[in-house]
Design a protein around this ligand. Structure first.
Ligand code: SF4
Length: 472
């Protein structure tokens, strides 16, 4: 596919006879496709995810002073995209409505040499970082137009200042005394074909981990576990299955829907994590009453291929799109301690905070190294990185529930309390968290008592309207 000259697929080959999978394949190659193909394909097939991605790509290219790369048929869309951007270098200056398709694919202009700007002094950089933080903390509604530079400026603030400002945001958008208690059950252990380097459930590392694959748990067993979780105070029950995706798993999907219905009937929120799902599977799960779907991005787009090679970042985003389009809450976060840098943590935050809607839940996992996996010998991530990530996430996604997930078992109580102060407001609690140890209900109840916390009620996300003081 050519980027220069005329946009061939736009003028010749987009019609309803194209199978939808063609467009899905295109959407996975965003760097090599004209956004207008996606926009047009989304119009033909009614796929909102593609349209959103195409718009993002158009905006990014305009922001980078590149040609918009769209055809005349999309003038209305570009008008909207242009009006949101302040710099439209190399874009036509005539009114968009008077331009033809070919006007939109002009030869690339030779960039005029720009005088080199004087490098910023440390003092200027700090002043700018403070301004970014001030503006972020003063926001009264979530923003989706974050740049990496802005998120990095927030992430790298002096740590206590960052935690303090995150606490201020937390108190404006949430009741700071409330923490959601979730229990996560593995409903199908091991035997997964993926190669996630941190995971004990991959068949590729089975020799080293010794983990035996099991069949899917019965509906009765799962509902009994949910009942126990509820009795102990959990208000959300999450179910995880070690699968790449749900293709060809009709019977399992039927059983899982029964589990979802059963847990909802107990008055609990219910979440599942089943690998990649398509639009139809997401719709069926929504109909069964699913509250949320977990599918983590894990890390930054750049670092991701060092951890997983069997599915792409864009495939993960595609599943999140299906979940969102079905009206299910999105739970998507990351794992710290994989060997990533601060820039990768910023990259992860940027990926989720610039989605068209922020995930309702952002789990922050600290890697629990499991012997036999490629990351089994890794050092544990420093707590300061966990706290930074929690606090920065709270500031850039003020309405999202931030969940301290894997790795909490080894965190001293004071560290957990710092996370709660800086914006974390959910934990996993119970006997186990998938294949790793978890803080128990009694232990958490004692800790809540000591720090003046209380369990969040089901289906209650925010308690305090922005701008009001906390009731506590
Ligand atoms: S897809 Fe899930 S279960 Fe499979 S290896 Fe990756 S993390 Fe483990």
């Amino acid at each position: 596919m050519s980027h220069g000259g005329v946009c061939r697929p736009c003028i010749s080959s987009i019609d309803k006879s194209k199978p939808e999978s063609t467009w899905r394949d295109f959407s996975l190659r965003l760097d090599t496709i004209h956004p207008c193909h996606l926009i047009k394909a989304s119009a033909v097939h009614g796929r909102r995810t593609m349209r959103r991605r195409a718009l993002q790509l158009v905006s990014t290219r305009i922001g980078r002073s590149q040609r918009p790369l769209a055809c005349g048929a999309q003038l209305g869309t570009l008008t909207a995209a242009r009006s949101r951007m302040s710099t439209v270098a190399a874009a036509p200056t005539a009114p968009l409505s008077t331009l033809s398709a070919e006007t939109f694919h002009p030869p690339a202009p030779t960039p005029a040499p720009t005088p080199a700007a004087a490098p910023e002094t440390d003092g200027e950089q700090q002043r700018r970082a403070k301004q970014i933080l001030r503006r972020a903390v003063a926001a009264t509604a979530p923003r989706h137009d974050w740049t990496r530079e802005e998120i990095a400026a927030i992430y790298h603030q002096p740590l206590l200042e960052l935690a303090y400002q995150a606490a201020a945001v937390h108190r404006r958008f949430h009741d700071p005394a409330e923490v959601q208690l979730c229990t996560l059950m593995n409903i199908k252990t091991g035997g997964c074909t993926e190669d996630c380097s941190y995971c004990a459930q991959s068949t590729r590392y089975q020799k080293g981990t010794g983990l035996q694959a099991k069949r899917v748990e019965s509906v009765e067993t799962v509902l009994e576990a949910a009942r126990i979780a509820k009795e102990n105070g959990s208000t959300r029950f999450c179910m995880g299955a070690a699968w790449r995706d749900m293709r060809g798993r009709k019977t399992s999907l039927r059983n899982i829907k029964e589990m979802v219905q059963g847990v909802r009937a107990m008055g609990m929120e219910v979440c599942v994590t089943l690998g990649m799902i398509d639009a139809e599977q997401a719709r069926e799960l929504k109909e069964a009453g699913l509250t949320a779907y977990n599918h983590n991005l894990d890390t930054s787009r750049e670092f991701y291929p060092s951890i997983i090679t069997t599915r792409t970042y864009d495939e993960r985003l595609e599943t999140l799109g299906h979940v969102r389009d079905a009206g299910i809450h999105v739970c998507s976060g990351g794992i710290l301690g994989l060997g990533e840098s601060d820039a990768d943590r910023v990259g992860l935050l940027h990926s989720v905070a610039t989605l068209p809607s922020h995930p309702e839940s952002f789990p922050v996992n600290a890697l629990v190294p499991i012997k036999g996996t490629p990351l089994g010998e890794r050092e544990r991530v420093e707590f300061t990185s966990v706290l930074r990530t929690v606090a920065a996430a709270r500031i850039v996604m003020p309405e999202t529930i931030i969940r301290i997930a894997a790795g909490r078992k080894t965190m001293p109580e004071e560290q957990q309390a710092l996370c709660f102060m800086a914006g974390a407001n959910a934990v996993f609690t119970g006997d186990k968290m998938l294949t790793t140890e978890c803080n128990g209900w009694d232990e958490d109840a004692d800790m809540f008592g000591r720090w003046g916390l209380r369990p969040m009620r089901s289906f209650r996300k925010t308690a305090v309207a922005p701008g009001e003081d906390s009731p506590n």
